[in-house]
Design a binder for this molecule. Structure first.
Ligand SMILES: CSC[C@@H](O)[C@@H](O)C(=O)COP(=O)(O)O
Length: 353
């Protein structure tokens, strides 16, 4: 079931262009933007019109095809050299979510390995982007199913807590962490979802709560600083979050605030799950110290709406992600099963590219 109206998805191919749900306007306005050029896709990723690790991977795959379409040469070597430039431009948008790099590398590898004239290569790139899009949706459903197997058996109806938006909007549809919540809801296993508002960009308040309201999922919004209090009162049975990049040892980068949530969960003996596709696992890095952390414009923290909330003269630090060490994670829920962080390497061969 698609939670969006009129066969719209967060990222999808429509006739001869890509359409994106503009996530900067939700929840007040549901707008769809058309993307025809690779540069515009890069800008949409940078400005977070499209956001969330799997969704920016899908968007970047389409960005590669749009870029390929703009290259006018019949010479294969020249085509591949120019496509490399397109890839670099798209890779320079956001550094943390590895899905972006995974999708671009997969597209580049496809182009290099495909035999035939340039026009045929372009056609294959379009099909590959569409395949990445379709695969991501299937992967989310599988993560939802796998999550159901490892959520606590008691109580029958669970009170879950999530951070940021790892929902349909952050993927090709359905979601990873919110996919698990969604599956629990559909199976009658969800009492309530608590959502951290997720300072500073408020993806929890603006996006996750919007998704839940669309589907009738019972939801309570809290500020990030309330999670410990809620756990102390016994209001939370498990935490489920997404990830932007998971190292080979299971350290997981996700939206800023996830790490403190994991510490709080451990202090209260609340299981802490990370739900993510294998495209989010970066087996080339041993641990989380090697994950690049994006720093964003400080305006995100010194203004709420149009109002400045602090005096002039202060300095700012605005890291957009943090890394939760593997030992704070109860299980990593992938499309192939949920495992302890230390067991993640068993899936290495199953990762495409
Ligand atoms: C399935 S999305 C998982 C993560 O990408 C999500 O939790 C997150 O941190 C998104 O960050 P964002 O900065 O909004 O792109």
């Amino acid at each position: 079931m698609n939670i969006f109206p009129n066969q719209v998805y967060p990222v999808y191919w429509y006739q001869d262009h890509v359409r994106l749900i503009d996530q900067t306007h939700l929840p007040n306005e549901f707008a769809v933007v058309e993307i025809n050029r690779s540069d515009d896709m890069a800008l949409a990723i940078k400005t977070m019109i499209v956001r969330g690790a799997p969704a920016i991977g899908v968007a970047a795959a389409y960005g590669m095809y749009l870029g390929a379409r703009e290259i006018h040469t019949d010479n294969r070597d020249q085509f591949l050299a120019q496509l490399e430039q397109v890839a670099e431009n798209l890779k320079a948008t956001r550094p943390t979510a590895v899905n972006l790099f995974w999708a671009i590398d997969r597209m580049m590898k496809t182009a290099r390995q495909t035999v035939g004239p340039v026009d045929y290569l372009k056609e294959v790139l379009k099909e590959t982007a569409q395949q990445i899009n379709a695969e991501d949706l299937e992967t989310c459903y599988a993560i939802g199913d796998q999550g159901l197997k490892v959520l606590p058996e008691k109580p029958t109806k669970l009170r879950l807590l999530t951070h940021c938006n790892a929902g349909a909007l952050a993927t090709a549809g359905y979601g990873t962490a919110l996919g698990v919540v969604r599956s629990a809801f559909r199976e009658g296993r969800l009492e309530r979802l608590y959502i951290d508002e997720t300072r500073p960009r408020l993806q929890g308040a603006k996006l996750t709560s919007w998704e839940c309201v669309q589907e009738g999922i019972p939801v309570t919004l809290i500020t990030d600083s309330m999670a410990a209090h809620c756990m102390k009162l016994g209001m939370v049975d498990a935490v489920v979050v997404g990830a932007d990049r998971i190292a080979a040892n299971g350290d997981a980068a996700n939206k800023i605030g996830t790490y403190s949530l994991a510490i709080v969960a451990q202090a209260h003996n609340v299981p802490f799950f990370v739900a993510a596709p294998l495209s989010t696992v970066d087996f080339t890095i041993a641990d989380g110290t090697q994950i690049p952390i994006e720093e964003r414009d400080p305006v995100e923290i010194y203004k709420i709406g149009e109002t400045r909330i602090c005096p002039f003269g202060v300095e700012f630090y605005n890291p957009s992600f943090d890394v939760t060490p593997a030992d704070l994670i109860t299980g990593i829920i992938t499309e192939f099963g949920a495992v302890k962080p230390s067991e993640l390497v068993q899936f290495q061969e199953r990762r495409v590219v």
